[in-house]
Ligand binder design. Sequence first.
Ligand SMILES: Cc1cc2nc3c(=O)[nH]c(=O)nc-3n(C[C@H](O)[C@H](O)[C@H](O)COP(=O)(O)OP(=O)(O)OC[C@H]3O[C@@H](n4cnc5c(N)ncnc54)[C@H](O)[C@@H]3O)c2cc1C
Length: 385
Amino acid sequence: MNSFIDHFNIARMPAAAEAFRVEVRDFLAAEAPSAPADARARSWVAADPAFSRKLAQRGWVGVTLPKAYGGAELDAFHRFVLVEELLASGAPVAAHWVADRQSGPLILRFGSPFQKDFYLPKITAGEAFFCIGMSEPNSGSDLASVRTRATKVDGGWKLNGSKIWTTNAHHCRYMIALVRSSGTVEDRQKGLSQFIVDLQLPGVVVRTIEDMTGDAHFCEVLFDDVLLSDDALVGAEGAGWSQVNAELAFERSGPERLYSSVVLIDCWIEKLRTRGTLDAHVETIGRFATQLTALREMSLSVTARLAAGETPLVEAAVVKDAGTEFEQMAPAIIEGLLGSDPADRLDDELVRACAYLSQFSPTFSLRGGTREILRGMIARGLGLR
Ligand SMILES: Cc1cc2nc3c(=O)[nH]c(=O)nc-3n(C[C@H](O)[C@H](O)[C@H](O)COP(=O)(O)OP(=O)(O)OC[C@H]3O[C@@H](n4cnc5c(N)ncnc54)[C@H](O)[C@@H]3O)c2cc1C
């Protein structure tokens, strides 16, 4: 990067990817379960394996993976369109979300031939769902202080420790866990490795954790002398830190960091239109539209860099920080406007969707890396610290 402005070069959505949008919309109109806005607002925490399998039949789980493994072999722009459409419609994507976005691409890039042949066809068939085992009690933001340990034993590894806040672990067969495989906690980034853990192995306990909304979508996962075979290790022993960083660029930059509140915005606009009160709110709607447009352009710019094989970690952090701010602000603004006119008759569906997102939105700037950590990375990337 030579100049500050080079960080977000304008990228154009290729015509083929826009054409794909029509195909995705037709599919969703026919196959997405119909549900009220408060259920659709749960889109990426709502696991519906049957829906994920319908997507998989089109090649749209592991959409960027090679056809040889059952993927659609489409580029990152097509994936961008697919993700936008799924989230904007509030489709229940949680079952396959992590496998599509992170685990599949990670295994393709760093996995052994055995791992590619074994896991990738299961991912693209919608048969193997994955979760992310990074966070631990006392080392959420500080991943380099991970304590869960894999110890080398004859024919494999013995795993002990625990992970926390693991989204969807109770519905998943596999976790890709970041654990310490050599050295001590003081060695920080050194000595960390990624392992694929079959959550059905003896010694694994998965417990759900209820959040403030009453949903239980994330888990605590405990490992007590879990025996992993040698081919559970992903990539090189000790290379976990750089592998995880490559993975996080995918996790942080996509439309999933912009769209969590879009179902609510759409629902609100629809109700205003029905009641004939749209005009009173055009300024707010205009502000949402302007912000989302700018964020989409930034996210697309990062997508172009990912498509070119780069790892734009700092730019992805900017998109995530700014994107989650938008996602959090929208429910707060709509909540403030609801009922501000005493003559308003409140609509149940809208109130429920707004209540859900108001309670859930504090998590947007936690999941995938907290605001403070991202801002530290951005400052470092700009040479400011
Ligand atoms: C809905 C949801 C889903 C999640 N899903 C997953 C998942 O699937 N897999 C997974 O591994 N994790 C997951 N997480 C965990 C998430 O990534 C962590 O919550 C996050 O990384 C923060 O870790 P922590 O909660 O332990 O907070 P802490 O790290 O204890 O941080 C607490 C506060 O201190 C701040 N802080 C910490 N260190 C610093 C520092 N050095 N400088 C400045 N400020 C600092 C943080 O920014 C934060 O505000 C999920 C979290 C949520 C809310």
